[in-house]
Design a protein around this ligand. Structure first.
Ligand code: BV8
Length: 248
């Protein structure tokens, strides 16, 4: 179903919902100029995740991995949240309970004003020493060499690499929110990375009403109650307006 016609049933579900979850992926930040991973302009067409987004690759070539995260950090610092991020932050003000569960490490939901956020794959602004686990954040310069801790240990970005466990506190809280919500939005994700994508099926299992927002269908489209095809930055503000009118 195209964006223009959000079904009355979906609007009713959102307006009467006690708890709503927004599960977001790279497509949420695409309109902010942050490249997605898959699809024709995806990062993974040019670069190999096994060479960059895993611990062994970091140990083998820490400067290369650091250079890549610096490059992404630069793009993120030069970008701003888009209308989709701001619409989600606004929903938090008009609905009883709104939770953001994101796979993105770009901080844009927070910068848009969302408060209730769980980061499944970490945050590019945080870094820690792999030896003594001291955290380094703002004070880390964007050097092209992997920085060292005062203990001599290598400092790495606090993001989840492939083959690594997700932060349990974030995952368990996200699972609780997903299994106890009335409406579960899936925004801008190809839903192929696990265990993050398992939250979609957990929400469905527990009876949540599933709404997908994506420019195209995904692995998970078959279990949706409604799929809205278009850009998140166009569709989310529209839904917000219609829900506000309904609540007025
Ligand atoms: C783990 C942080 C336990 C770093 C990331 C079960 C089945 C199969 C494989 C596995 C499985 N369980 C585990 C695995 C392995 C692996 C995995 O899932 N592999 C996949 C690729 C098959 N998972 C792991 O390794 C996880 N850890 O399982 O640990 C363990 C431990 C030891 C031994 C074994 C197991 C850790 C995964 C986390 C990796 N870290 N990010 C960084 O960012 O650098 S994942 C990274 O890629 C992102 O965070 C995100 O999660 C993912 C990208 O996915 P999306 O966000 O969906 O982005 P994508 O580009 O794919 O899609 C964008 C979508 O947006 C598209 O649909 C597009 O159409 C749409 N779109 C574009 N523009 C717009 C739009 N939509 C709306 N509006 C627009 N404008």
């Amino acid at each position: 179903m195209s964006a223009e016609t959000i079904s009355k049933n979906t609007l009713e579900k959102i307006a009467s919902a006690k708890s709503v979850v927004f599960f977001t992926g790279a497509g949420m930040s695409a309109e902010s100029g942050i490249p997605v991973f898959r699809g024709k302009d995806g990062i993974w067409n040019k670069l190999k995740p096994e060479e960059l987004a895993n611990f062994d690759a970091f140990l083998k070539n820490p400067d290369l991995v650091w250079e890549w995260y610096n490059h992404r950090k630069q793009i993120i610092h030069e970008s701003v949240p888009n209308k989709g991020h701001f619409a989600i932050a606004e929903f938090e003000k008009i609905l009883p309970e709104v939770t953001v569960v994101t796979q993105n490490i770009d901080n844009l939901h927070k910068r848009a004003g969302s408060k209730n956020i769980y980061e499944l794959h970490g945050n590019i602004e945080r870094n820690f020493c792999i030896k003594c686990h001291t955290y380094y954040n703002e004070e880390i310069e964007l050097t092209d060499k992997a920085p060292r801790c005062k203990c001599g240990g290598l400092i790495r970005p606090d993001v989840v690499w492939f083959g690594e466990y997700l932060p349990q506190d974030q995952f368990i809280a996200s699972e609780n929110a997903s299994e106890n919500c009335d409406v579960f939005f899936i925004v801008g994700t190809s839903a192929v990375v696990f265990p993050a994508a398992s939250l979609i099926y957990a929400a469905k299992e527990k009876g949540a009403y599933l709404v997908e927002i994506n420019i195209e269908s995904t692995e998970a489209s078959r279990i949706m109650n409604e799929s809205l095809y278009g850009r998140a930055g166009d569709i989310l503000p529209k839904i917000l307006e219609e829900v506000k009118n309904k609540l007025a």
